[in-house]
Design a protein around this ligand. Sequence first.
Ligand SMILES: CC(C)=CCC/C(C)=C/CC/C(C)=C/CC/C(C)=C/[C@@H]1[C@@H](COP(=O)(O)OP(=O)(O)O)[C@]1(C)CC/C=C(\C)CC/C=C(\C)CCC=C(C)C
Ligand SMILES: [Mn+2]
Length: 399
Amino acid sequence: MSRDFGSIRVEKDKEKGWRLCSLSTDMKYACVGRSGLESASNFPLIANVLANPAAGEVAVPSEQKVYDVVLKQASLVKRKLGATGELDAKPDIALPGNLSLLNEAYDRCGEICAEYAKTFYLGTLLMTPERRRAVWAIYVWCRRTDELVDGPNASQITPTALDRWESRLEELFQGRPFDMLDAALADTVAKFPVDIQPFKDMIEGMRLDLKKPRYKNFDELYLYCYYVAGTVGIMSVPIMGISPNSEATTESVYNAALALGIANQLTNILRDVGEDASRGRVYLPQDELAQAGLSDEDIFAGKVTDKWRNFMKSQIKRARMFFDEAEKGVTELNEASRWPVWASLLLYRQILDEIEANDYNNFTRRAYVSKAKKFLSLPAAYARSIVPPSRKLSPVMKT
Ligand SMILES: CC(C)=CCC/C(C)=C/CC/C(C)=C/CC/C(C)=C/[C@@H]1[C@@H](COP(=O)(O)OP(=O)(O)O)[C@]1(C)CC/C=C(\C)CC/C=C(\C)CCC=C(C)C
Ligand SMILES: [Mn+2]
């Protein structure tokens, strides 16, 4: 038996009773989620929505909203992979004349990547040529997107400019790139099972940067971190590939990728507290600051007090938890993709150690990992990258 209440439909299940089974727009997120799936899709929620139809909104935790994107991307990958679990790399579809243009476009992406992220670029050289150039194309699109709000022309960027950037994105996903660098990405997304949603969401993150100078709580900050960095993880895994020997579920690997993006962005925020404050921005959760007896004024004053140290300890602890979550997924990636990911994880995580070493002064000192420490991390990353995923057991061995 089912009943429709406008955008809401409920169904009666023999065992579970009435369940929320379809919603429109944002509310559909209530149906999925890693935690609280049952409670979110049960009767109290419907009662709540029905009791407040004018608001038409349900407070869906950010984690659930984001998990929907994870599930969608993971199922796209599963659908596009052959029975072997390997991606059938499609041949270049460009005409012969255009092929050399396409190669030039990819080479340019590689140059940009080498210029901005040398270690990461070196790591990509271990990947197959198809994967390597696809990661470069994604890197360049992300870098250009970030530059819109963080680069030299950021003061001229308006929401309309971001809307135009999004239209360009849609066009390139339809095979109609606007320029050479877009052409590389258009080719990449035609060849690999990459969903457009994380790309759109990254633009949404840039919109937040234009209009949202404060974050009420960690739930709001989590969503921002997903937009600007978790998305990168979700975009990258379809290119880097999951090891054929991995026993992990596709969803769990995407979750780990998401966690690495969140961990990186939280670290970035903790490193740049002073720099962001000088631009009037405070990304730290307002409710947690208040609980620690701190306010924006303390941040603008930039004094390292015991209250600040204690607050920072808890923020660092949380960032490390996301790195730990991410670690579980790196081993599951294709062998050739593991090294650059381990390198980036180990290098970025050390920024947290440096904040501690600076006695939590992230107001006037930028935590920075020395060249020597960076260099030492590379063999450590390599050692971790050769650890294989737990092998699939054959049916005979399993018994
Ligand atoms: C192997 C690897 C690292 C692949 C990612 C390649 C890629 C496409 C990177 C794009 C990065 C980019 C330009 C993002 C734009 C937004 C942005 C600048 C985010 C911040 C990065 C740090 O940059 P920086 O320190 O230069 O910051 P400033 O601009 O100076 O403020 C971020 C903090 C986020 C970057 C996020 C990642 C690199 C996500 C990594 C996750 C994966 C690659 C998934 C790995 C898979 C598993 C299973 C764990
Ligand atoms: Mn930035």
